[in-house]
Design a protein around this ligand. Sequence first.
Ligand code: SME
Length: 166
Amino acid sequence: MFTIDIDPSESLESSYLQLNAQLAALLSGERDLICNAAQLSAFVMQTLPDLNWSGFYFARGEELVLGPYVGHVACTRISFDRGVCGKAATSLQVQRVDDVHGFEGHIACDAASASELVIPVVVNSKLIGVFDIDSPIVTRFTDVDLAGLRSFVATFVAATDMTWSL
Ligand code: SME
């Protein structure tokens, strides 16, 4: 069993540093894309409070296709011109939405979602997909969360071969 230790007396910045080291340990020795994407999704859901969805959409042609995730069942395909995920995919910029109800075109996969953070996954200038995190709390994601979750995605990218075969 892999145990994740968090010291509740630490600052959020320090907690993210500790968690990122534990994520690197969790992913070490395994480079499979689907496996590591599933592990990151679950790791985030298990370690961060007040989330209701954590997972991946992979770039396929002009669409994003649902990948490994934890949360309620979700939309399977998102066109690049739709939603917060599509905006992250086309702009290649992190999208932090404090209140999804104020984001025109937001796609509500889970009615409970109130805020959202979407981080593009780009390797060698190529869009692999996006890592999407939803919260039932408005303005859930601070600058510290943004930096910490970006560090998680960087750890995932470094630990993973971005291909797979059947
Ligand atoms: N809200 C996203 C869709 C994906 S779900 O949140 C899992 C969007 O607007 O792109």
